[in-house]
Design a protein around this ligand. Sequence first.
Ligand code: ADP
Ligand code: MG
Length: 318
Amino acid sequence: MTPEFRLIQRHFARPAPSAVLGVGDDAALLQPAPGMQLAVSSDMLVAGTHFFPDADPRKLGWKTLAVNISDLAAMGAQPRWATLAVALPQVDDAWLAAFADGLFKCAEMFDVELVGGDTTRGPLNLCVTIFGEVPAERALRRDGACAGDDIWLSGTLGSAALALACLQGRAVLDETDLAHCRRSLDTPQPRVALGLALRGLAHAAIDISDGLLADLGHILERSQCGAEIRFADLPTHPALAPMLDMPWARDCLLAGGDDYELCFTAPQARRDAIAAIGTRLGLPLTRIGRITGNPGLALLDTAGLPLASHKAGYDHFA
Ligand code: ADP
Ligand code: MG
């Protein structure tokens, strides 16, 4: 057995009973259920750009898959299968075992099976392609927002960006808060159950990976509408809330990446149904503003007046 194949066998070949054919052939064979469309998405994590090169491999394994699952959650799709393409600087079995452990823990939690991939030598780079199912015409797309819709957000924002600011020496937190915020940064929880529950209710959805303003901006662009956001209504993570008079902290809230919450729009008539979903899932769902017919994103203070504009979010090529 070649070292490459031994590595794949040892760390990544696990049974995939819901695939027609999993790891080991030239391609996997997948059969979506009748009436279902495939939702497919790829996300790449690059050492030095998306994570520190010395990051804990177990957490990295979780996050590599979790950020991909989050994209399917934002489509209202049920995640089913994934492939994993990795470039590794060297074969380090202890590192790979921990990485695979984190990845498969996330896979089990969200019912995803690894069905293939590619393994090569190179600067550490991790790329997952995820396949999910959604009934025809029921996906939550970015282009469905309508003027008058409420804008909703799950969970709280800012903790991952706050943890990163601490790790980079730009902010200081006590040990408990830092541990809490690091969990958001290292092991994000994709909102799959919420995405599924929002089918037929939400008009548009996106997951917050690059910051609220940037990601909501994508909905506005694709839906050709605008939005008003009430700054005081934003569900700020409690560790960040006391710091919001400082511009960098407002950036964590508005433009900090890696939150992986869902931002979605829905008709006002659906408020009760959406609140009931939040209760059922034990997940706070907060109305933060509304979609308007005027292009642009206005951030309003408590008096309803526009606040000065902010940094728009993370852009790799800015
Ligand atoms: P080929 O040379 O035909 O592309 P490979 O030798 O790259 O095949 O891969 C052999 C099998 O192992 C394939 O089924 C492939 O999908 C799977 N595989 C390779 N790398 C990984 C990985 N990192 N995780 C999961 N499966 C992998
Ligand atoms: Mg190959």
